[in-house]
Design a protein around this ligand. Structure first.
Ligand code: CU
Length: 117
């Protein structure tokens, strides 16, 4: 009579999966989504290409000792970060769909891309 036990275990795991999903559910601070981060380290945006949904924010964390910026290209649509000092972070909201390319004002070779759906 193993069958009933197997079924019971399956049902239990199913419940556990549901409750785990529940605990990761919406949180007002992040607009219901898990925050996405881009690290600025060794003069690089990491990762330098991400995909997000419209209305989502990205937190840029500057791990370098020097300041950087996240500045949209001319055809990109988001509010420039301004200066992000070494060790500081800045949240950027992406509320326009499309490919949003950006660079650092101080180091133009530092480039990144956010693809907003
Ligand atoms: Cu820079």
């Amino acid at each position: 009579m193993r069958m009933p036990l197997t079924l019971l275990t399956g049902a239990y795991l199913g419940l556990a999966a549901i409750s785990m999903t529940g605990s990761a559910a919406p949180n007002k601070a992040t607009g219901g989504r898990i925050p996405i981060t881009v690290t600025i380290d060794a003069f690089q945006f990491q990762p330098d290409k991400i995909r997000i949904k419209r209305g989502q924010s990205v937190i840029f964390i500057n791990k370098d000792e020097v300041p950087h910026t996240v500045t949209p290209d001319k055809n990109a649509h988001f509010v420039p970060s301004g200066i992000i000092k070494g060790g500081e972070k800045h949240e950027v909201l992406f509320d326009s769909a499309g490919v949003q390319n950006y660079s650092c004002d101080f180091h133009p070779s530092m480039r990144g891309r956010v693809i907003v759906k």
